[in-house]
Design a protein around this ligand. Structure first.
Ligand code: ADP
Ligand code: ADP
Length: 226
C-alpha cells in the first residue's frame, strides 16, 4: 500500500486559476520523492494539499490507504518543514524541538530522551539552551527538522527548506537530510526548484510543469544520456 497516494488531483483557486492539473502519483512507504519544477508550476500547492493546508478541487488524496480529502492538517500525522523555519523565538532550541511533545503532554523524561536523540542526529547537542536568533540559518533549519522528527510523523514534507541558505550550507544540509532519511527511513516529499538537490537527494523525482506531472523517475532515468 502506498504511504501517500494522489489520484487525479486538481486544484483550481478561487480566482479560477488551475494550479494543479490531474496529477496522480503513488509514494511508497519509506520512499523519498522530490517534486521539482520552475517557480509557479504548482509544487507548493500540491504539497499543501497533501498536508491539508489547501482544499482539493477534485480527485482523492490517500494517506496510509485512507481518504483524507476532508481531514484537518492536525489529524493527518504529517510533519512539514518550511523554508522560513517557523521557530518560536522566545523558546530555546530544546523547547522548540520539544514543542509537539509538550502539546501532547508527554512526560518530561520521555521529552528529554526524544529531544536528545533528535539533537544528536542533527548535531545540535551543544546548542540546546540557545535561542533561534543566536543560531545560523543551517542550525535553525536543523531545529525545524528536529521538531519534525520528534513528532514521529508518518511522513516528512519539505517546502524548499534550503532556499534561504548559502551554497556551502546547502551542501552540508543536503548531506544532513540524506543521513536523517537513511537513519529514520521516513517517507519524505521534498519540494525544490534546485536541480542539484533534485539529483542528489531522493529515490525518485517528479517533474512538474504548469501544474502537469511531466515525468517521474530516478535521477539516473531522468538526467543521464540513454
Ligand atoms: P480564498 O479562496 O479565501 O478567496 P485564495 O485562495 O484566493 O483565498 O487566496 C488565499 C491567499 O493566497 C490570499 O492571502 C492571497 O493573497 C494569496 N494569493 C492570491 N493569489 C495568489 C497568487 N497568484 N499567488 C500566490 N498567492 C496568492
Ligand atoms: P510553486 O510552488 O511551484 O512555485 P505554487 O504552487 O506556489 O507554485 O503556485 C502555482 C500557481 O498557482 C502559481 O501560478 C501561483 O501564482 C498560483 N497561486 C498560488 N496560490 C494561489 C492563490 N491562493 N490564489 C490564486 N493563485 C494562486
Amino acid at each position: 500500500m502506498a504511504a501517500i497516494s494522489m489520484r487525479n488531483i486538481v486544484k483550481r483557486y478561487s480566482d479560477g486559476y488551475q494550479a494543479v492539473d490531474d496529477i496522480s502519483l503513488d509514494i511508497a512507504d519509506g520512499e523519498f520523492v522530490i517534486l521539482v519544477g520552475p517557480s509557479g508550476c504548482g509544487k507548493s500547492t500540491l504539497l499543501r494539499m497533501i498536508v491539508g493546508l489547501e482544499d482539493i478541487t477534485s480527485g482523492d488524496m490517500l494517506i496510509g490507504g485512507e481518504r483524507v480529502n476532508k481531514k484537518a492538517p492536525r489529524d493527518r500525522n504529517l510533519a512539514m518543514v518550511f523554508q522560513n523555519y517557523a521557530l518560536y523565538p522566545h523558546l530555546s532550541v530544546f523547547e522548540n524541538i520539544a514543542f509537539p511533545l509538550r502539546l501532547k503532554h508527554t512526560p518530561d523524561a520521555e521529552v528529554k530522551a526524544q529531544v536528545m536523540e533528535a539533537a544528536e542526529l542533527l548535531q545540535l547537542t551543544e546548542h540546546l539552551d540557545r535561542k533561534p536568533a543566536n543560531l545560523s540559518g543551517g542550525q535553525r533549519q536543523r531545529v525545524a527538522m528536529g521538531r519534525a522528527i520528534v513528532r514521529k510523523a508518518d511522513a516528512f514534507l519539505f517546502d524548499e527548506p534550503l532556499s534561504n541558505l548559502d551554497a556551502k550550507l546547502r551542501g552540508q544540509m543536503r548531506t544532513e537530510i540524506s543521513r536523517m532519511q537513511q537513519r529514520l527511513g521516513t517517507t519524505t516529499v521534498y519540494v525544490t526548484h534546485d536541480q542539484t538537490e533534485a539529483m542528489t537527494l531522493g529515490d525518485r523525482i517528479a517533474v512538474l510543469r504548469k501544474g502537469v506531472l511531466q515525468q517521474v523517475g530516478s535521477a539516473h532515468q531522468l538526467y543521464e544520456e540513454p
